[in-house]
Design a protein around this ligand. Structure first.
Ligand code: URA
Length: 393
């Protein structure tokens, strides 16, 4: 799929840009400061400038996933819709669009957006689409919601740039939410709470010593665990207070097990068991064969009733993802049905590894870093988390 493939709705054709679009573009949207500044584009004042832009829109990277929106009734180019960012490794793209003011109020933006979402999920391996708008732009929010996009804490663009959305409202839609039979894709939850972000910065500092590093890992693990346990089922009970009988809720049903991957995962156990003291702890030890680079399991000691528990695997660094994938495989082979993976820092490569091998597993992380270096360390990361927790280097 690319912008050269067209798709249609009842009233619109979305097709690749043509040089003949220039006049419509200038008249309908490219010269309008309100529209152009809304999505961070320059305002064009002449046909020659728009033709210059069309050079980019008709060849090269910017043309790949960009569609001119044509009103069938008039044949005019009334706007555009595009993927302004694509992260192939996590099958995610960000959508931007604009519709000329003269054509507002007719539902065209939503019509084009809904069609693009469906078209993308049917024709590509993208499984998640994202978008955001400034808080003041309420109309955009309505368009996104009408297209079944839902609010999310943040979007990849901000995650990658280390930005916490302030004035922006973030949305996403996942393939499995709208297409029956699509593989359910576990979400990546980035816990962008200021306290978590602050503590991760302290972890990164090469001057942070073993004692403080260990305490920080434990505290961050507790905060991330708070989010990872947000969906624990509750049941209503009656409890007598000194004054009356209260109808109130307690956690019920499924029991939890935390599974640290040895050895760095051990550093997160104090934090997570502070929140869920009744959870059982299993241990999985995995090392990388220096010759084959394959993950080798050297230790596994899990609660006897592990198949009846929900498991949360903990490891501070999700780097290549090989150990995480092996640990998830081990738990699944023992009949565990609900597995989450919790880390402090993840790499795009690690997230992709889990998503490819175990797309049902949700990942909870404090931050996603740039990627791996040639020694498979996360950059910028924190260095060797195990060594820093245990003071072995
Ligand atoms: N394990 C670590 O401890 N650090 C990394 O950067 C990657 C894996």
């Amino acid at each position: 799929m690319s912008g050269s493939c067209s798709f249609e709705t009842e009233r619109l054709i979305c097709r690749s840009f043509r040089y003949s679009d220039a006049e419509d573009m200038l008249r309908n949207w490219a010269s309008d400061p309100d529209i152009q500044t809304e999505y961070g584009e320059p305002v064009y004042s002449s046909i020659s400038q728009v033709r210059e832009l069309l050079r980019e829109y008709t060849s090269g990277e910017k043309s790949r996933y960009r569609w001119a929106v044509i009103e069938k009734a008039s044949g005019e180019n009334i706007g555009q819709i595009a993927f302004c960012k694509i992260w192939d490794e996590i099958h995610t793209a960000e959508i931007e669009y604009c519709i000329g003011k003269r054509f507002w109020g007719r539902g065209y933006a939503g019509e084009a957006l809904s069609a693009l979402i469906l078209y993308t999920f049917e024709n590509t391996d993208i499984v998640r689409l994202e978008a955001y708008h400034r808080a003041e732009n309420i109309k955009s929010g309505r368009v996104l919601e009408k297209s079944e996009m839902h609010k999310t804490d943040t979007v990849q663009r901000f995650v990658r740039e280390g930005i916490t959305p302030r004035g922006e409202v973030c949305y996403c839609i996942e393939k499995n939410k709208i297409m029956k039979g699509a593989v359910s894709m576990g979400e990546l939850h980035i816990i962008d709470h200021p306290l978590v972000q602050h503590k991760i910065s302290l972890l990164r500092d090469k001057n942070t010593g073993t004692k403080e590093f260990r305490e920080l890992v434990s505290e961050i693990a507790m905060f991330i665990c708070y989010e990872a346990t947000r969906d624990l089922p509750l049941k209503e009970i009656e409890m007598e207070t000194p004054l009356a009988v209260a109808k109130t809720k307690i956690i019920s049903g499924r029991k939890l097990a935390f599974i640290p991957i040895l050895r760095a995962g051990l550093g997160m156990i104090e934090g997570v068991t502070t929140l869920v003291p009744a959870a059982k702890i299993g241990h999985i030890g995995i090392f990388r064969d220096p010759d084959t680079k394959e993950p080798i399991k050297y230790y596994s000691k899990l609660p006897e009733d592990i198949s009846e528990r929900d498991a949360i695997i903990v490891d501070p660094m999700l780097a290549t993802g090989n150990s995480a994938v092996a640990a998830i495989t081990e738990l699944k082979s023992l009949g565990v049905k609900h597995i989450k993976f919790m880390c402090i820092i993840c790499s795009p490569e690690g997230v992709e590894a889990i998503r490819s091998a175990h797309p049902d597993v949700e990942i909870y992380a404090g931050v996603m870093d740039q990627g791996l270096n040639e020694d498979q360390y996360i950059i910028p990361g924190v260095g060797d988390a195990g060594d820093r927790i245990f003071g072995t280097k």
